[in-house]
Design a protein around this ligand. Structure first.
Ligand code: FNR
Length: 354
């Protein structure tokens, strides 16, 4: 079975027992479902993120031995079975009582690495035990030093890299999806004073924060939320070990370019100096192959994982991620590509129509 996840709509496919990631289950309260599915302002970027991957048409090759497909990648010192990670998502505990631990358990069973949000309701140590090596996402407070204890705690729990999200200035807190979910009770995060994690970037965030975090955190820093090639280059020059091309799943600036559009120019500018990851609307094996062809070394999946977690816990998360891997492998074979590291740019072409 090759999953073709439906475009994001409020609750399509809810309660679909064979594809619990197709929509948010009816049991999830409306405000919570809206928090997970929603985007900034009109939601245009959420929809276009998904649609844009389909504009890249594949041009398969034949006469190639595809009896064995190699999906392994080595990223930030993690030997990954496949080029796929779970995207950091705050508030998973609103979907499942064991939120992040359940998600990490399901991801690990599928051989997928988790990027843990700093907005986790569960102890980072418990998530590390459940999921193995993981990446720790975080934001910074205006007083940068306040994050130090958390860096130490996450590293001790098994984090192998810090993912610094840079696309959420303070204005994001009152705009788009966050405005609409203002009534949702906050998740209490055990790692931060008063249970409140930093939930966005300081207004004066700069590349110096990357070098600072690298220095005090002692782990590779991966910068998430880059959409412009010049910003990617600046991040690399400041010491970033990787860049995540992301518009936060369309949850921040509405109306921006899709990640499928900007990925090729960011990849060209970075020129292989560091790995490039991408997320936003990736929903099928074809989409993953498209992203690899456009220059990504790995991809992240967000909302489908949340829906799976809500619909069937760890088992459903494993099911989703396993099916996506199988679909990716099938698509690589169909395209005549033996390894995820051999997917080349000439495998895709931008379709001018439809
Ligand atoms: C997110 N995202 C996110 N990103 C981040 O860096 N820190 C965070 O805490 C969160 N929280 C969060 C909550 C929810 C409910 C969603 C849906 C998303 C963004 C996320 O990491 C990722 O960039 C997008 O979700 C990827 O797009 P898709 O796969 O959901 O389309």
């Amino acid at each position: 079975m090759r999953p073709h996840l439906p475009a994001t709509t409020p609750r399509p496919g809810a309660s679909n027992p064979t594809q619990p990631w197709a929509g948010m289950p009816e049991s999830v309260p409306a405000a919570v479902a809206e928090y997970f599915e929603g985007g900034g302002d009109t939601g245009q970027t959420v929809r276009l993120n998904e649609a844009a991957w389909k504009r890249w048409s594949l041009q398969p090759r034949v006469f190639r031995d595809v009896s064995v497909i190699d999906t392994a990648v080595d990223l930030f010192g993690i030997q990954m079975h496949n080029p796929m990670l779970v995207a950091p998502m705050a508030s998973l505990s609103k979907l499942h009582i064991d939120g992040e631990v359940e998600c990490a358990t399901g991801a690990r069973a599928a051989g997928v690495t988790m990027c843990l949000t700093s907005g986790s309701a569960q102890e980072v140590e418990a998530v590390g035990r459940a999921g193995g090596a993981f990446l720790q996402q975080l934001y910074l407070w205006p007083d940068r030093e306040r994050i130090r204890p958390f860096l130490e705690r996450a590293a001790a729990a098994g984090a192998v890299g810090f993912v610094l999200t840079v696309d959420s200035p303070p204005q994001a807190a009152h705009y788009g999806f966050r405005g609409r979910v203002a009534g949702l009770p906050r998740v209490h995060s055990p790692h931060f004073p008063d249970g409140v994690p930093p939930s966005g970037s300081p207004a004066d965030l700069s590349c110096e924060d990357i070098s600072w975090l690298r220095r005090v955190g002692g782990l590779p820093v991966i910068v998430k939320g880059v959409q412009h090639p010049d910003d990617a280059v600046a991040a690399v020059q400041a010491g970033a070990a990787g860049v995540v091309v992301s518009n936060h799943g369309g949850r921040q600036s509405d109306g921006c370019l899709t990640t499928a559009e900007v990925l090729p120019e960011v990849a060209a500018a970075v020129g292989g100096r560091v790995p490039i990851l991408v997320d936003g609307g990736i929903r099928s094996g074809e989409d993953i192959v498209r992203a690899l062809a456009l220059g990504a070394n790995a991809i992240l999946i967000g909302r489908p994982v949340a829906r799976a977690l809500a619909g069937g816990g760890a088992v459903a998360v494993t099911h989703l991620l396993t099916e996506l891997q199988q679909a990716m492998c099938a698509q690589l074979a169909l395209c005549g590509v033996r390894s995820v590291r051999d997917v080349s740019r000439d495998l895709v072409r931008w379709r001018e129509w439809g």
